[in-house]
Design a protein around this ligand. Structure first.
Ligand SMILES: [Zn+2]
Ligand SMILES: [Zn+2]
Length: 457
């Protein structure tokens, strides 16, 4: 077996991994770096000979896993592309949105290589994707087989991260290789915890997102939901409103479902809720797929149940910010020009208003800077506007879609693979796992794969 990390650095960026098994060549995921621009945002596709891949297998529809798929498909037109049905539906919307964002960046920032692909290319790519169900055996030639006694097969397992997300188990050469993709071993409000293979895996490729911080003993999802509800009530008592910056895919639907349950329990009455942009399209897909993918509250129609108001960028500029409103707006990191960034501009210097973070924000992003700021600090969320003194309330809640490191390590211990390849984490995160594995699992070799380096097992 051969493995090459095509992600350019040890980080959560343009995730992509090359795997050669039984003479077949596969690429796992085809991400686009959320922070870098132009070619630097792409994985190291140059290391894979054009026209040589047998298959591309996608774990889920987040940008850092599918954002450059049309580019990879252009270089590898013969490769078959596999993903779950929900991932295909979501990826289609995500990629078209990405073309729009890149076209805007071309105009505004003068990035001449953008967009990296066109709407037409995204459409043509989607026509070629092959949907694969959970717990089925498939060959890389695209044939579903009754058992895995084939030279090389793969099988998808629900990974509990977002709608359609999976881990992928390869069987070849009498060995098993399992790629977790992004995983959660805890139930979320909407998504159910991962349903992963247990037992003999020879090589485990595992995400390590939360490896840099331990989970507090007191943490539980229901407690955190309670804390969130109390904070909303406190914000309303001040006659203010609440802005929740959210990723369009995943976090928006989790938060809307949470708010719906609060309402059902009679704890949040007559509160107008606002969403916008890409979130609306993605939530419609969650509703269409409500009974087709593993999740909690099967069949729940989020949009019908919550009845959110939909805001456009133009609405945000002129909307009256009344009291007791909830704005669950993307982007989660408050990237400039997005709805959450624009509304935050109007919240910052108003002490009645609150901003609640419910997920990750890169420290260099506007959201990350706001998270780190102290009351009274001068804060600038948009380079074109003057900074403002921070007066609104800023709070943080942990509704992560990634498993805490303790549970990831429990999983590694349970299956005790011969080799663990640590991916999808910043240097301190992968380092924690490497140390922990060398201390507690002497029979397991932990590898932090260098970008572009070839590993043979
Ligand atoms: Zn993800
Ligand atoms: Zn990811």
């Amino acid at each position: 077996m051969r493995f090459i990390n095509l992600t350019r650095q040890t980080e959560i960026g343009a995730n992509s991994y090359f795997l050669e098994l039984d003479g077949k060549k596969v690429v796992l995921d085809a991400g686009l770096h959320p922070k870098l621009e132009g070619d630097a945002a792409l994985p190291l596709y140059k290391l894979v000979t054009d026209g040589s891949l047998d298959a591309i297998v996608i774990s889920h529809a987040h940008q850092d896993h599918i954002g450059s798929l049309p580019v990879l498909m252009r270089r590898q037109p013969q490769a078959r592309v596999f993903m779950t049905h929900p991932t295909a539906k979501l990826s289609d919307v995500m990629l078209h949105n990405s073309v729009n964002v890149m076209a805007r960046q071309r105009d505004e920032l003068g990035i001449r290589t953008y967009p990296l692909f066109t709407h037409r290319e995204a459409d043509r790519a989607a026509e070629l994707w092959q949907s694969v169900g959970l717990r089925q055996y498939w060959t890389v030639e695209g044939e579903r087989v009754p058992n895995p006694d084939h030279e090389l097969t793969f099988e998808m397992y629900d990974s509990g991260h977002i709608l359609g997300s999976v881990g992928i188990l390869f069987r070849a050469e009498g060995k098993k290789v399992f790629y977790t993709g992004d995983v959660n071993f805890l139930d979320q409000t909407l998504m159910r915890s991962a349903d992963f293979p247990e037992g003999d895996v020879d090589v485990l490729i595992i995400e390590t997102t939360r490896g840099d911080r331990g989970l507090s003993q007191a943490y539980s999802r229901p407690n955190e939901e309670r804390r969130f509800l109390t904070a909303i009530e406190e914000a309303f008592d001040k006659d203010g409103s609440v802005l929740i910056p959210v990723f369009a895919l995943g976090k928006t639907q989790e938060i809307l479902t949470m708010l719906h349950l609060f309402r059902l329990q009679g704890e949040l009455k007559h509160v107008p809720i606002y969403i916008g942009g890409l979130s609306t399209k993605i939530t419609i897909l969650h509703d269409q797929l409500a009974s087709l993918a593993p999740r909690q509250h099967a069949g729940l129609q989020i949009l019908d149940s919550i009845g959110p108001h939909v805001l456009s960028s133009r609405d945000i500029q002129k909307t009256q910010i009344s009291r007791r409103r909830i704005y669950a707006l993307s982007s989660g990191m408050m990237t400039e020009k997005t709805l959450s960034n624009q509304l935050a501009e109007r919240f910052l210097s108003d002490s009645r208003q609150s901003v609640f973070f419910v997920g990750y924000a890169d420290p260099d992003s506007p959201g990350g800077r706001l998270k780190a700021a102290q009351p009274g600090d001068l804060i600038q969320l948009n380079g074109e506007l003057p900074g403002q003194k921070l007066a609104c309330q800023v709070r943080e809640f942990d509704f992560s879609a990634h498993a805490p490191r303790e549970l990831l390590f429990d999983y590694i211990r349970k299956i005790s693979p011969r080799v663990v390849i640590l991916v999808h984490g910043d240097p301190p995160a992968v380092a924690w796992f490497k140390t922990k594995i060398s201390q507690e699992l002497p029979g397991t070799l932990a590898i932090i794969p260098e970008a572009g380096k070839q590993y043979d097992f």
